[in-house]
Design a protein around this ligand. Structure first.
Ligand code: SAH
Ligand code: SF4
Ligand code: F3S
Length: 470
């Protein structure tokens, strides 16, 4: 597609890892057509927003960012082309594209709301983005293509998982097992904007993991809204445990995955998690609430007791392998009808589990979801106060979980230097803790990025560890 050759593009990503993965495919596709990626929108002829609508705050941010681009001139030369980009053609105009989950949800409405948006695409039409951009760039007016997943499938539109990719970091790759979600938690918009679960063939996933390992990728993160049900639509039964073992043995060093739904976390998966040495000892298991009544209203299909039994089983299975596990979760505060007593159940659960990390959210009403019709008279101040109490407890828990690492030597996968201090290396421990270590004098950060080195921990904080390279 010659219209895009030599143009500079910038991708802005919001939301979850699935969006980050999709953004890497957008970048891969545009680069394959001869465009160059730049990091700042002011350098770009094409700005692509990969949006999220899981909570209201994300919608508001998008509108602000798109509006602020309207009158921003295009700089003559890129300051920070990732691959030393040279502008081949003089800058003419800027094309603004909005994709991802807001694109999927709002479609043509977006162009009405913000007329300077040139292209709207959805979660199932990423493969058509180049045509849409090219048409907009040559002046054919606003281009909108948003399709239901069943229609996209029937029309044979390639899925994001089949497009070329440009990995953000050469040592890490996202590997989607599946797209979509079948769970319809009553508060959640995701199933409406991502469609139904569609698993990728098992052999395709294993082959991709092996290829990535050969290319030098050290760490793979398997992706899905509910990885535990991977394979159910294709094979009649989930094959996630098998996938963990097979990808774990593909030649990579570190395997992570997100996200696990507690209702589908099987004994086989817990065994594969604990027994596969490359699977990192970190489990993100969103609980959402510590009250059975709220879990029922959320349509989560498990009880607090079941969740706690799962945590015990995971701890036991990892301990049997001589490993410790770091647990993390997602919690929603202020679901319609949540009482003080329900909330205390959440606090009690957080205390009992001992999370290394918890992502806490105030309930956000999403139009079109079943919970949007539920009445609630809990004042906002009460919800905010509960939220603050929860955050404090989570911080205490995170601090305690990190404190055990003092004096230990941990293998750290370095990512680069700290944003605030170029003399500090930053990386991740097996438990996914952020670890800082001083860059040795005379060496460069590039020597460390994408390598695993031992670090002796000398200081533990709530959100990071600090130590010395050994
Ligand atoms: N599929 C994953 C993650 C989905 S979105 C899972 O099931 O865990 C990530 C998190 O956002 C959810 O776990 C939930 O805690 C939160 N979330 C989703 N919808 C929300 C809403 N309407 N209001 C507040 N938080 C929400
Ligand atoms: Fe949303 Fe529930 Fe699906 Fe997660 S499992 S994406 S919270 S509907
Ligand atoms: Fe957001 Fe879409 Fe992910 S709504 S959380 S970007 S699936």
């Amino acid at each position: 597609m010659k219209e895009l050759r030599g143009l500079q593009f910038c991708v802005r990503t919001f939301g979850c890892q699935m969006n980050k993965h999709d953004s890497e495919r957008v970048a891969g596709m545009l680069e394959a057509l001869g465009a160059f990626e730049v990091l700042k929108p002011e350098d770009a002829d094409i700005v692509v927003f990969m949006t999220c609508c899981v909570r209201e705050a994300a919608d508001v941010r998008l509108l602000g960012q798109v509006a602020s681009l309207k009158n921003l001139p295009i700089r003559a030369a890129a300051e920070d082309g990732r691959r030393g980009a040279q502008r081949a053609t003089p800058a003419k105009k800027r094309v603004i594209a909005v994709g991802g989950c807001i694109g999927q949800r709002d479609g043509a409405l977006l162009v009405k709301q913000l007329p300077h948006i040139d292209v709207v695409f959805g979660t199932h039409t990423i493969a058509h983005l180049p045509q849409l951009l090219a048409a907009a760039y040559v002046g054919e007016g606003a281009q909108v293509e948003v399709l239901a997943d069943s229609v996209a499938l029937a029309e044979g539109i390639a899925r994001a998982t089949d497009l070329p990719t440009h990995r953000e970091q050469h040592w890490h790759a996202w590997l989607p097992l599946m797209t979509g979600c079948n769970n319809f938690c009553s508060y959640c918009i995701v199933p409406y904007v991502r469609g139904r679960e569609q698993s990728r063939p098992f052999e395709e996933i294993v082959a991709e993991a092996q290829r990535l390992a050969q290319e030098g990728v050290l760490e793979i993160t398997l992706l899905g809204q509910n990885v535990n049900s991977y394979g159910r639509d294709l094979y009649g039964k989930p094959r996630f445990a098998e996938a963990l073992r097979a990808v774990g043995e593909s030649g990579i060093q570190r395997l992570r995955f997100a996200t696990s739904h507690p209702k589908d976390l099987s004994a086989e998966t817990i065994a594969a998690f604990a027994e596969t040495p490359t699977v990192m000892p970190q489990l993100h298991l969103p609980v959402q609430s510590g009250s059975d009544a709220v879990l029922k209203a959320m349509n989560r299909n498990y009880t607090v007791a079941h969740y706690r039994a799962l945590i015990d089983a995971v701890r036991e299975a990892t301990a049997a392998q001589g490993r410790e596990v770091a647990l993390s979760t997602d919690i929603i505060v202020g679901f319609p009808g949540e009482t003080e007593r329900d909330f205390e159940g959440t606090l009690e659960l957080v205390r009992a589990v001992g999370y290394a990390q918890a992502f806490t959210f105030i309930y956000s009403r999403r139009e079109g979801t079943p919970a949007a019709d539920l009445a609630d008279d809990t004042p906002h101040e009460v919800i905010q106060e509960r939220f603050d109490r929860l955050v404090k407890l989570v911080q205490e828990s995170a601090y305690e979980q990190n404190a055990v690492e003092l004096e230990r030597v941990l293998p750290v996968l370095f990512e680069g230097t700290s944003k605030r201090d170029a003399g500090i290396l930053t990386g991740r421990s097996p438990k996914n803790q952020t670890v800082h270590a001083a860059l040795p004098p005379g060496s460069s950060a590039e020597d460390f990025a994408g390598t695993i080195r031992d670090v002796r921990i000398t200081e533990t904080r709530t959100w990071y560890l600090r130590g010395d390279l050994t």
